[in-house]
Ligand binder design. Structure first.
Ligand code: FES
Length: 150
């Protein structure tokens, strides 16, 4: 089937199976490889993108369910007011270790900070609980979210 998707502010037409995960459409058809595949089961958060501003797991989101929703990926965050602050804080605090999960972490952090400009630790932990980091950078992620909120 043909889908016209709103991705990072542009309409992108793709041919895909109805049940194709959005993750694979983004990576394979649109070349947006900043979004990562981790578990494929909606459990690790590596594939997090925004749909209408909300953090979603693209590995378990069929492309046919997106409709006219506005999709944003990590590639768009350099042009996003909040995303820019988040990425700057990530760099300043040296959050990244291996880096694999970090685009998903940044997408979840950006969605949080758009909703809540000064989140408390418990709110950060709740918002970020679906993003797993096998290097254990959680303390730096929390610090960077506080820094981006300032
Ligand atoms: Fe989507 Fe793990 S790859 S949640």
């Amino acid at each position: 089937m043909k889908f016209d998707l709103d991705v990072n502010g542009r309409t992108r037409s793709v041919e895909a199976e109805e049940d194709a995960p959005l993750l694979w459409v983004l990576r394979e058809d649109l070349g947006l490889t900043g979004t990562k595949f981790g578990c494929g089961l909606g459990q690790c958060g590596a594939c997090t993108v925004h749909l209408d501003g909300n953090a979603i797991r693209s590995c378990i989101t069929p492309v046919s369910s997106v409709g006219v929703g506005r999709i944003e990926t990590i590639e768009q965050m350099t042009a996003d007011a909040v995303g820019k602050h988040v990425q700057r804080a990530w760099l300043q605090l040296g959050v990244v270790q291996c880096g694999y999960c970090q685009s998903g972490q940044i997408m979840s952090a950006t969605a949080l900070l758009r909703e809540n400009k000064a989140p408390q630790d418990a709110e950060i932990d709740a918002a970020m609980s679906g993003n797993i980091c096998r290097c254990g950078t959680y303390q730096r992620i929390r610090a960077a979210i506080h820094a981006a909120a300032e």
